[in-house]
Design a binder for this molecule. Sequence first.
Ligand code: AQP
Length: 327
Amino acid sequence: MKKRVFTAAQPSGNVHIGNYLGAFRQWAAVQDDYECIFGIVDMHAITVYQDPKDLSYRTREFAAILLALGIDPAKSAIMVQSAVPEHAELAWLLTCVTPIGWLQRMTQFKTKAARYEEVLDGLLQYPVLMAADILLYNASIVPVGDDQTQHLELTRDVADRFNRLYGETFVLPATKLPTVGARIMGLDDPTKKMSKSEDVGGHAVTLLDPPEVARKKIMRAQTDSHPEVDFQLSGPGVKNLLQIYQAFEGLSDDAMKAEFAGMRYGDLKKRVAECVVARLQPIQARFKEVMADEAGLHRVLDEGNARARTIAMETVRVAKERMGLFV
Ligand code: AQP
C-alpha cells in the first residue's frame, strides 16, 4: 500500500510564486509515489476576515490552479476543508490535549497577530486545525514551504501527546521541504517572506499576473548598492532573485555561479523576469481552460470531498472511541 501525503493551502489571496516553488510544485511531483490528498483550507483562511464572495471564488480558482499545475484528480483527491466537517471535529478533540503555551509560541501567530488590533481566537487555534487536517488522514509525509516547519513540529507533538494519553492512534508525519525555493522572500522587502496577505504593489509575483505585470514587479525588486552579482557580498534581494531563477530552472549551485557571477543587476532582473514569464505562461493557459469548465471543476471537488470524507469519518470515530466519547 502506498504511503499517504496530505498537504493544503488557504484560498486567502492571490497564489504567488513562493507558494508555487515552496509547495505546489512538489505536490504534482509526489502524486505518482504516494496516495495524495490536497486540501483547500478555507476554514484556515477565515482566521482573518475574508470577504465571503471573494473566498468562495478563490476556492474554485485555487482548485483550477491545482489542476493547471498538473494535479491529476484520477490519482489525487482535491478537497475543500469546510466540506468535510471532521476537520473541525478532530480539531476540537486535539484542542483538548494542546497546552495554550505551545500555541502562543508559534512564530506565524506572533507575526500575524501583530498586524491586527483585535486578534481572533481562530488565529491562535490555527495550528491545531492544521494538525487535525494532517492527522485526520494519517499522512506520513507533508510537503510544505519552510514557514510551516514549526507548525509541523507542533502537529507531531500534539499527535504524540494524544497517543500517550489515549493509546497509539495517529501517525507522526514527516516534513518534506524543497531543496531550493523553500522560502521565497518579498520582492519589495527581502527580509519578509513572500506572502498572499502582504500583496501590495510589488511584493509578490502571482501565478496569474500578466507578463507585463510580472516583468515590472521583478524589474523593481529591491537589490543593494553593489553593481553586480557577487555570490558572497550581494544582499538578500539579489539572493532572492537568484533563488527564484534557480528553483524555476532546476540548476545546480555551480551552474548558477557560472551563469550569473559578475552580471549587472539590471541584466539579472531581465533574465529572472523572462524565466518567470516563460514558466507561468503554460500554467496560465491551462488555468483558463479549466476555469471555463465549471461543471468539471465541481465534479473534481465533489469526488475529492467524498474520498477524503470516507477516511476522515473513520479516524474521528476511532479518536472519539479512544477518548471515551459517545460513538
Ligand atoms: N514565501 C514562501 N516561500 C516558499 N513557500 C511558501 N509558502 C507560503 N509562502 C511561501 C508555502 O505555500 C504553501 C501554502 O501556504 P498557505 O496558503 O497555507 O499559507 P501561508 O504559508 O501562510 O502562505 P501565505 O502566502 O503567506 O498566505 P497568507 O498570507 O494568507 O498567510 C505552504 O506549504 C507554505 O509553506
